[in-house]
Design a binder for this molecule. Structure first.
Ligand code: RB5
Length: 158
């Protein structure tokens, strides 16, 4: 039994991810999207690829609408700080967008909050590579238990 667990887990770990960004995170979006693709994940890029000015609430909405079509495991939204676009994403029903800063917040975002969206900032100086934060999140699992009722209360807010 255990010999089958690892390959299956490996297959299940390939995720379908939608990503969107404003002009404040063009380079970080490209870096993250390329890394995710190299890791074997499927990435739908709805963000801007040149530094044309767009409004982050619109970019969040694009990612959320695509995510809500179904089949997606995760949304990643990026603006200059990650703040505006995370606020915007969280205005949509069913979205739990975590603005992560480091490995610890990335881990908690999955283990405790079961976040289905992550936000990062293209103008933020992270102490760890953004890829590390994403890997920590993607490798983690929701702990359930007492956290389930809290997440259910979050989902009931909208
Ligand atoms: C755009 O200049 C900037 O305000 C935006 O990317 C973001 O940082 C907002 O929270």
């Amino acid at each position: 039994m255990s010999c089958h667990r690892q390959p299956l887990r490996g297959i299940l770990n390939f995720m379908k991810i939608v990503i969107a960004n404003d002009h404040g995170a063009v380079e970080l979006k490209k870096r993250i999207a390329e890394w995710l693709a190299r890791e074997g994940h499927s990435v739908t890029n709805l963000g801007v690829d040149v530094e044309e000015r767009v409004d982050y609430p619109d970019q969040a909405e694009k990612a959320v609408q695509e995510f809500q079509k179904g089949g997606y495991d995760l949304g990643i939204v990026l603006c200059g700080t990650g703040i505006g676009i995370s606020i915007a994403a969280n205005k949509h029903k069913g979205i739990r967008c975590a603005l992560i800063h480091d490995s610890f917040t990335a881990l908690m975002a999955k283990q405790h909050n079961n976040a289905n969206f992550l936000a990062l900032g293209g103008r933020v100086s992270y102490q760890e590579p953004p890829e590390t934060l994403l890997k920590v999140f993607l490798d983690a699992e929701f702990e359930g238990g007492r956290h389930s009722q809290r997440v259910a209360k979050l989902d009931a807010l909208l």
